[in-house]
Design a protein around this ligand. Structure first.
Ligand SMILES: Nc1ncnc2c1ncn2[C@@H]1O[C@H](COP(=O)(O)OP(=O)(O)O)[C@@H](O)[C@H]1O
Ligand SMILES: [Mg+2]
Length: 278
């Protein structure tokens, strides 16, 4: 679990992150959503220590990351996997060497041990046998999968993905989203994903945090988002007429499955409103 308490980050006189507090559980995909420039990347960089917040606390295992000394921070960093926007693979290194990179940095394992682990994670992302390929030979989706393999090679407890679907077609995006979700569940990782992809929100949004002008404007699940009455959130997420109609349809469809004596407000005030699969 990661617990963020009253984080504030400014650049000059501009407040980018304004008093944001949030708890992110393990085994969950925690999605940070918001329009471009709303502070998602800055927030994520604060969480992983690439930016130092001006105020607040970031608790890993209940300990404040900001206050930790160098070796303590390194210990936490070892438990963090990151999938960067655009995958950020080393173009001159093979897939195998890219994925082995964190093992070379953080472990004293033998080459055999490292290769075994690299092959395990390449299998996990369905890229067995791609060891000797170079990034230029891979499709966008494959590059992301190499990025995911590299992010999980150290068996992290925390996984951060900044816009994992940028540049991917909708179907490939779905494959990547599902892979992130599966890995999160399988290894009980606390996963944080920055996205503005509506499909991801509905597909993997266990816990959604909507950022607007540096503030946490709304948080909830992908089931609750359909019923949200937050105007800013609705404007952002259901931006097109098509999606507004889809939301209305879904609300109607779901409300038809609700007991007659429960009204919408009851549902919104309930953590686990109802089972939509029924
Ligand atoms: N290193 C930086 N120095 C100054 N301003 C920055 C820096 N990084 C980001 N910003 C500003 O912070 C705001 C939020 O940026 P960002 O977190 O990248 O947005 P998002 O990821 O939601 O699109 C933007 O206005 C951006 O210009
Ligand atoms: Mg960003």
């Amino acid at each position: 679990m990661i617990e963020v308490k009253h984080i504030k980050k400014t650049f000059g006189d501009k407040t980018i992150i304004d008093d944001v507090s949030v708890k992110m559980d393990s085994g969950k995909c925690n999605l940070i959503i918001g329009s471009s420039g709303s502070g998602k990347t800055v927030f994520m960089k604060c969480l992983v220590g690439l930016f130092v917040p001006d105020a607040g606390e970031i608790l890993y295992h209940g300990q404040d990351f900001i206050q930790m000394n160098g070796p303590e921070k390194k210990e936490i960093r070892k438990q963090i996997g990151m999938l960067f926007q655009g995958s950020a693979l080393f173009d001159s290194l093979t897939v195998e060497k890219n994925v082995m990179f964190p093992l070379n940095m953080f472990t004293t394992d033998s080459y055999r041990q490292k290769l075994k682990r690299v092959n395990e994670v390449l299998d996990r992302v369905n890229l067995e046998g791609a060891n000797k390929k170079f990034p230029a030979e891979l499709s966008g989706g494959m590059k992301k999968r190499v990025g995911i393999a590299r992010a999980i090679v150290l068996n992290p407890q925390y996984l951060f993905c900044d816009e994992p679907n940028s540049g991917l077609d909708p179907l490939t995006s779905l494959v990547i989203d599902r892979l992130i979700k599966e890995i999160t569940l399988e290894y009980k990782i606390t996963t944080v994903v920055n996205t503005h992809d509506m499909n991801s929100v509905m597909e993997i949004g266990d816990h959604i945090i909507y950022m607007h002008q540096g503030l946490k404007e709304w948080e909830g699940t992908n089931k609750e988002i359909i019923f949200s009455k937050n105007d800013k959130l609705n404007e952002f997420i259901f931006a097109s007429e098509f999606l507004k109609d889809a939301k209305d349809m879904r609300m109607l469809e779901m409300s038809g499955k609700i007991d007659n004596d429960r009204n919408m407000d009851d549902i919104m005030n309930n953590d686990a409103p109802f089972d939509v699969s029924q």
